[in-house]
Design a protein around this ligand. Structure first.
Ligand SMILES: [Mn+2]
Length: 336
C-alpha cells in the first residue's frame, strides 16, 4: 500500500470511530493555514459528532487574517482553558502540542500538521489520529487531500479558506510548496470564490493605520538615492512593515527605510528594488547599536532607544546614520 493510501485509510478509520454524542474543540494558533485546516476538519466531522468548536490561542491582528474571518465566516473564538470540561475531545491543526505553552498538559485525539516533527510525549491520546508531514507546503493541502479522498466537495467559503491557507504558507509557491500543494491549489481554485479571495488579499491595512500613513506621506524625504520615512512612536512593527511595503509599489523609489519606536525600541524596516543590497545597508548603519541585516531587497534593524545619544531625536539619529555610514567589507569566508 502506498504512503498516501495509508494516511487516507487511517483517517477513514478514525472518522468511522467518531461518536455522535461527543463535543470536540479544534485548537489553533490562528493564521490562514490553521483557519482553513480547522474549517476543513470541522467539515469532515460534520454529522459524525455532536458539535465542533474552533478556538484560537492567539490574538488575530493582521488585516488579511481579520478579513478572512469576516468574509469566510470562520467561527473562531478565543480559547478559554476553563471551558476544557465542556469537550470530550481536542484536536490541533497546523501546530503541535510542543509549539505553545497554551497546549501544555492537554491530550489531543487528532493532530494534523506540516511543521517539523516535535516530541509528542503523552499529548497524543491512545487511538488518536496523528498525521505530521513536514514535506507538505501547508496543512491546508493535507486537509484538501482528505476531503478529496472522502469525496467531500467543499463549498465556496471552505475552498477559499483552504486556498488562502496554501497561498500564504507557500507565499504563492515562491517560498515553499511542491507538486501536491500546487495540485490541491488548482483543485480548490475551481470551487473558490475569487471575488472574496481578492477582498481578503487586498485587505492590507487597518482603518486605524490611515492617520499614520498620512504622516508617512508627509514625512517622506530623499536620502542617498532612496527615501526615509520617520514615524516616531507607533503601536507595532507590523505597521512599519505595511508602510515600507506600500512604498515599494511607488515607481522611482529605489529603496525606502521606515523608522519608528515601538516599546522603547527603535525599529527600521528597509525595502528595496534589489538594485543595491539593502540588507548590507541596514547592517552598515546599525550593526554597532543592535541587530541589523537582511537580504538584497529586504532589511531590518532594531536597537534600544537608549542607544540614541541624549538630546538627539531617534528619527534624526536614523537619518544621520543613513547619510554617513559606509558599507562594511563582506565578512571573508574561509575556503572560498
Ligand atoms: Mn501552516
Amino acid at each position: 500500500m502506498g504512503f498516501q493510501a495509508e494516511h487516507f485509510l487511517r483517517m477513514k478509520q478514525w472518522r468511522r470511530g467518531l461518536d455522535k454524542a461527543d463535543r470536540w474543540c479544534i485548537l489553533i494558533s490562528a493564521d490562514p493555514d490553521a483557519m482553513g485546516s480547522a474549517l476543513a476538519l470541522k467539515r469532515l466531522m460534520h454529522r459524525k459528532v455532536k458539535h465542533v468548536d474552533i478556538m484560537r490561542i492567539n490574538e488575530v491582528t493582521r488585516p488579511d487574517n481579520l478579513a478572512m474571518i469576516r468574509y469566510l465566516r470562520i467561527p473562531v473564538r478565543p480559547w478559554q482553558p476553563e471551558r476544557l470540561t465542556q469537550y470530550q475531545h481536542l484536536a490541533v491543526v497546523d501546530s503541535q502540542p510542543a509549539h505553545s505553552q497554551a497546549f501544555a498538559g492537554l491530550t489531543f485525539d487528532c493532530i494534523i500538521d506540516h511543521h517539523p516533527v516535535t516530541d509528542l510525549g503523552s499529548a497524543l491520546a491512545p487511538g488518536g489520529l496523528c498525521d505530521i508531514r513536514p514535506e507538505m507546503g501547508a496543512t491546508s493541502t493535507m486537509l484538501t487531500r482528505y476531503l478529496q479522498a472522502l469525496r467531500i466537495q467543499p463549498g465556496p467559503l471552505l475552498a477559499t479558506a483552504l486556498l488562502y491557507g496554501i497561498r500564504t504558507d507557500t507565499a504563492v509557491f515562491a517560498r515553499s510548496g511542491g507538486e501536491r500543494d500546487l495540485r490541491a491549489y488548482q483543485w480548490l481554485s475551481q470551487q473558490a470564490d475569487t471575488s472574496l479571495l481578492q477582498r481578503i488579499i487586498r485587505s492590507e491595512y487597518l482603518r486605524a493605520w490611515l492617520p499614520i500613513f498620512a504622516r508617512a506621506f508627509r514625512n517622506l524625504r530623499d536620502c542617498r538615492g532612496g527615501a526615509l520615512v520617520s514615524l516616531n512612536d507607533v503601536d507595532s512593527a507590523d505597521l512599519l512593515v505595511a508602510v515600507a511595503d506600500f512604498f515599494t509599489k511607488v515607481h522611482g523609489l529605489k529603496w525606502v527605510a521606515v523608522s519608528g519606536v515601538v516599546d522603547k525600541k527603535v525599529i527600521v524596516i528597509f525595502r528595496g528594488d534589489g538594485g543595491r543590497d539593502i540588507g548590507r545597508l541596514a547592517d552598515a548603519c546599525f550593526y554597532d547599536v543592535g541587530t541589523a541585516g537582511g537580504h538584497r531587497s529586504m532589511g531590518r534593524a532594531e536597537f534600544p532607544l537608549s542607544a540614541v545619544p541624549a538630546g538627539v531625536k531617534a528619527a534624526d539619529f536614523v537619518h544621520q546614520r543613513l547619510l554617513t555610514r559606509k558599507l562594511r567589507p563582506r565578512p571573508s569566508t574561509a575556503g572560498q
